[in-house]
Ligand binder design. Structure first.
Ligand code: NAD
Length: 362
């Protein structure tokens, strides 16, 4: 029995979550997996109901669950609240911190039938399958910050970048482990020609490499990596890097695939993993049945694989998504000439159909 906290959130969150749960229940039947599912409020809807975007009941539920599946939070209605009450700053960041998820995994995978949707040429991206592992709880984003007035006029700003051996080691190990279960190639990205923190990072990566003789390790400078990602992205298997470089490179890698509605993520490290699509609450299309549920459905696949070790169920789910797309059906965001457009719930049904289990029944 897997204990699952489900947080649909705001905007399209409830619509895409309904489809993810539909798929999860069907997989459960097929693979004899049992889930104890509890839903809770997060984000703007939680603020409206309770006065805080992350109620303590939601946090407690997450902390005692085996996994957290999140839709998305935020929207214009809550943009003017004080920062600590806004859905993202007041709920998502503290949730990640409380769950102690220090490694963010973002796959950028191009489904063959969608290769035409990328802004890059089909031959550059067709078959692309990269995993970016980003350090999530340290580095420049979390270091001390200050501004001061200078005596002669003008101001000065200081941001601090800090990492400990342990912080680097644990995320780099996730990078090596991920490479070991995929294509056995790890690229560690840094700026070791300039930054001391990068030289520190590189030494630690080197010191761990002999524990993973089956993984081919490369170091790459971040500026070169940004260039290689658009020049020849298929050279990469797993990338591992510190927080800020990872923030930028994971968005760049995501964009190679063409649609934000297709991209899942997992944040790992603590006892409970957090699984969510990379997109936001898409208020412009909320309530219209236009949202693509596939990013959330593929987040379920990451949960099954990395959270529960259920690789067979995850493989089956990914194949069902591929089959649904190959058969010519699309949601509005990935629509092309000659294809058939489906709404959110129809796409969920089609993926369930392609799992080979029925949507009906209990
Ligand atoms: P967004 O990701 O919500 O939307 C960007 C564009 O992508 C929009 O045109 C939207 O319609 C489209 N889009 C997003 N998801 C889609 C899907 N599943 N199917 C089809 N199209 C999709 O980003 P935004 O508009 O900058 O932000 C909207 C709100 O979401 C803001 O309040 C922001 O703070 C919040 N946000 C939340 C998260 C999160 O919950 N993790 C992440 C980013 C933004």
């Amino acid at each position: 029995m897997f204990k699952l906290a489900v947080l649909p959130g705001d905007g399209v969150g409830p619509e895409i979550m309904a489809e993810a749960l539909k798929v999860l229940m069907s997989l459960g039947k097929k693979y004899h997996l049992q889930f104890e599912i509890s839903e809770a409020l997060i984000g703007g809807c939680a603020y409206d109901e309770t006065g805080t975007p992350l109620p303590s009941s939601t946090l407690d539920l997450c902390l005692e669950s085996d996994a957290v599946l999140l839709g998305a939070v935020g929207g214009p209605k809550w943009d003017k609240l004080p920062v600590h009450l806004r859905p993202e700053a007041g709920a998502l960041l503290p949730l990640r911190k409380e769950l102690q998820v220090y490694a963010n995994l973002r796959p950028a995978q191009v489904f063959t039938s969608l290769a035409g949707a990328s802004t890059l040429k089909r031959e550059v991206v067709e078959g692309l399958d990269i995993m970016v592992v980003r350090e999530l709880t340290g580095g420049l984003y979390f270091g001390s910050k200050q501004r001061e007035d200078l005596p002669g006029g003008g101001r000065r700003v200081v941001e601090t970048l800090e990492y400990t051996t342990e912080e680097v080691e644990r995320v780099v190990r996730i990078g090596f482990d991920m490479a070991r279960r995929r294509g056995k190639q790890l690229t560690s990205v840094d700026k070791a020609n300039v930054l001391e923190s990068s030289r520190f990072w590189r030494e630690i990566v080197e010191s761990l490499a002999n524990e993973y003789p089956d993984v081919e390790l490369k170091h790459m400078l971040v500026d070169n990596c940004a260039m290689q990602l658009v020049r020849n992205p298929k050279q990469f298997d797993v990338l591992v890097t510190e927080n800020m470089f990872g923030d930028i490179l994971s968005d760049q890698a995501a964009q190679l695939t063409g649609s934000i509605g297709m991209l899942p993520s997992a944040s790992l490290g603590g006892k409970t993993g957090l699984y969510e699509p990379i997109h936001g609450s898409a208020p412009d299309i909320a309530g219209q049945g236009k949202a693509n549920p596939i990013a959330t459905i593929l987040s379920v696949s990451m949960m099954l694989r990395y959270g529960f070790g259920e690789d067979n169920a995850a493989d089956a789910l990914e194949k069902a998504v591929t089959r649904a797309l190959d058969s010519g059906y699309r949601t509005a965001d990935i629509m092309e000439d000659g294809k058939v457009q489906l709404n959110t719930s129809q796409m969920g049904d089609l993926i369930v159909e392609n799992l080979g289990v029925s949507t009906g029944g209990s």
